[in-house]
Unconditional design. Structure first.
Length: 199
């Protein structure tokens, strides 16, 4: 009797499940399954194209040509090698032993709305003007400040919308100075600079 009751209950359960119109698997499939949701391929959405950061702007020039770097209009006019620079009748600047001066004559116009230092010692990397000589082995030489020399443009203050003429001086080994035509002057900001051939 117990076996028949058990069999009857099982048959009734199966019959009711079949009459409901939905299978057990359909009912489970309709429920929200977080695992299934995360495994679904997301619908394609429109994405903005990646924006690339612009690289540095380099302008190659010959001596005597004008170029713009940042807020400055610059013209490197002449390059020469010197063993001394006279400042009046009694004062001289001399390079260290085994070295020579490379002197670049140039003009610098400040196009900004305020007075600025040309080739300052400190400043914002993307705004301040810096200068280096680069030899054929890519070695760089920073300018030497001739303190008290009124033609030295390193740290010289230039008023807004005015031009100042003068020199920037580099102290480099004599053997490098002899290859002046193979040296380049790089002058400008980090992202916007001029490269002069000293030929």
């Amino acid at each position: 009797m117990q076996k028949k009751s058990l069999l009857l209950l099982t048959c009734t359960a199966l019959l009711l499940t079949g009459c409901s119109g939905n299978s057990l698997s359909d009912t489970v499939g309709e429920a929200s399954d977080p695992v299934a949701e995360t495994n679904k391929t997301p619908a394609a959405t429109a994405t903005a194209a990646p924006t690339s950061t612009p690289g540095p702007k380099e302008t190659s020039l010959a001596l005597g040509k004008k170029g713009t770097a940042g807020d400055w209009k610059i013209c490197a006019k002449k390059a020469s090698v010197k063993t001394k620079i006279n400042n009046g009748s009694y004062r001289q600047y001399k390079p260290g032993k085994g070295k020579s001066f490379v002197v670049i004559s140039l003009s610098a116009r400040n196009n900004s709305d305020k007075s600025e230092q040309f080739i300052p010692r400190l400043g914002y990397e993307n705004k301040m003007i810096s200068a280096v000589l680069i030899n054929q082995d890519k070695k760089e030489y920073a300018p030497t400040q001739l303190i008290g020399y009124n033609k030295d443009l390193v740290t010289a203050t230039v008023k807004s919308k005015t031009t100042k003429n003068g020199i920037i001086t580099f102290e480099i080994p004599k053997k490098e100075a002899k290859k002046l035509k193979k040296i380049k002057l790089k002058i400008g900001t980090k992202m916007d600079y001029l490269v002069y051939d000293l030929k």
